[in-house]
Design a binder for this molecule. Structure first.
Ligand code: ASP
Length: 361
């Protein structure tokens, strides 16, 4: 254990950088980093059409406009070509399978180009099931492929540099955008159109990329993972229930009637609801439908503090508190947990885990 810790600590060298022309040491012994690029569409691949923007550019086209870190080899797979807003659960399984296939080979890292709209959900999903030290790095763009000043080429160059860097290892899945690299857990889209599209409120970035050089801002630490069999596990329906002044429980109850196997509350503040919602949560929990409490506030954990419809009542009604996960990432966690034999145990173990072991709940 001590050996493992010191090995992990040795990966963190504050201020250590790998710039152009300094290919980082290879990890799999073939002398140069091999990066697998998986293209899935999004704005980074979009061109204007009469009907609106459409993802069309292939991975090879994206690569031809970008910069490959010196000494690195990049291989390309075109997995999909669509907006990330159109992704379905079946696509998620395909993406997990593809990422695993890339890592089953010799790749030192994987870069996935994807639409920004749902990137935080997919990155977190892969992170949850990614029990491997090698980096998987998401990136995309806010301006399209055929824009006169696109941001995609620089974002892709940065993501390739990150995937080639030993500093990215043992951090789970990453999201690289506009020079900053975030752990999947906690990253969220914070601007609809600006090139600085992402942030991790309350957490901040983990790495920085400047002129092709990667530097570490935080020590590496592997996030916990959950088992997921992409061949057989069906991703169940999980609804997010938004809280707002005067909200009633009609949506929540309708969701369960429509087949939701789990619910995520986008609760007020530090995890509060109202008495009507608490009653509905009590009924759901009693019927075996897990309810995860997250907050509609961008930063900070949820804590069961208040009665009168607040978090203390939600806890007493059987809800689970989702730490500082936003509702969208909380929904992904609950969805994966529901594919396991004991979803509540999986949720609790994952939420309490600080380190890196696969959660065998
Ligand atoms: N605005 C989005 C993007 O960046 C559209 C999408 O998510 O596909 O790519």
């Amino acid at each position: 254990m001590v050996g493992l810790l010191s090995w992990v600590a040795s990966l963190y060298v504050p201020g250590r950088q790998y710039g152009r022309g300094q290919a980082p040491e290879a990890w799999k012994g073939h002398g140069m980093p091999l990066i697998q690029l998986v293209a899935t569409g999004g704005t980074i691949a979009s061109r204007s059409t009469a009907a609106g923007r459409q993802a069309q550019a292939t991975g090879a086209e994206l690569l031809s406009r970008s910069t490959i870190p010196e000494g690195a080899e990049v291989r390309v797979v075109d997995l999909a070509a669509k907006g990330s807003f159109a992704w379905q659960h079946s696509d998620l399984r395909t993406l997990i399978r593809s990422a695993r296939e890339q890592l089953a080979g010799e790749a030192d890292g994987v870069v996935i180009t994807h639409g920004t709209d749902t990137m935080e959900e997919l990155a977190f999903l892969l992170d949850l099931v990614h029990a491997d030290p090698r980096p998987v790095v998401f990136t995309g763009a806010q301006r399209p492929f055929d824009h006169p000043a696109p941001d995609g080429p620089a974002n892709l160059a940065d993501a390739l540099a990150v995937a080639s860097s030993p500093l990215a290892r043992n951090r789970g899945v990453l999201l690289s955008f506009d020079g900053y690299v975030y752990l999947a857990r906690g990253v969220t889209k914070v601007d609809t159109l600006s090139a600085h599209a992402f942030d991790a409120p309350g957490r901040g970035p983990a790495l920085r990329v400047a002129d092709g050089a990667v530097s570490a801002l935080t020590p590496a630490a592997r996030p916990p993972t959950l088992r997921f069999d992409h061949g057989t596990a069906e991703l169940p329906k999980v609804d997010v229930v938004p809280l707002y002044v005067g909200a009633d429980a009609a949506g929540l109850r309708a969701g369960i009637e429509a087949g939701a196997r789990g619910l995520v509350l986008a609760a007020f503040g530090a995890g509060n609801a109202n008495p009507g919602i608490v009653e509905a949560v009590r009924d759901a929990a009693a019927d075996g439908v897990p309810v995860l409490v997250c907050s509609r506030v961008p930063a900070g954990p949820v804590v069961p503090l208040y009665t009168g419809g607040g978090g203390a009542d939600l806890l007493a009604a059987g809800a689970v508190f989702g730490a500082d996960l936003n509702p969208w990432q909380g929904r992904i966690l609950l969805t994966v947990a529901l594919t396991l034999p004991d979803p509540l145990a999986a949720l609790r173990v994952w939420l309490e885990a600080d380190t890196t072991k696969e959660v065998r709940a």
